[in-house]
Design a protein. Structure first.
Length: 86
């Protein structure tokens, strides 16, 4: 009787292993945090960057997002050259 139970248990485990190996592979869904992460475009180089990782600069109370400090500095230089002196 015990041998029969052991054989049935081994058969069931073998069945589950084979079924798992034969199942179609599905791609893992993207994490919800990545899907909802907002991106912004750098006004200097045009690169898209996650808002949480962006370098933030302010101009007249408005926030501007940059991919790096270099782009922020270029943006600042462009403003210095285009604004007329007071």
């Amino acid at each position: 009787m015990i041998r029969l139970l052991i054989w049935l248990l081994m058969a069931y485990i073998g069945y589950r292993v084979v079924k798992a190996l034969m199942a179609p592979k599905s791609s893992a869904p993207a994490s919800p945090a990545l899907e909802s992460e907002e991106t912004v475009q750098d006004p200097v180089c045009g690169m898209y960057v996650a808002k949480a990782d962006a370098v933030v600069g302010r101009l007249n109370g408005e926030r501007h997002y940059f991919c790096s400090m270099a782009c922020l500095e270029k943006f600042s230089e462009q403003l210095d050259h285009t604004t007329p002196p007071h």
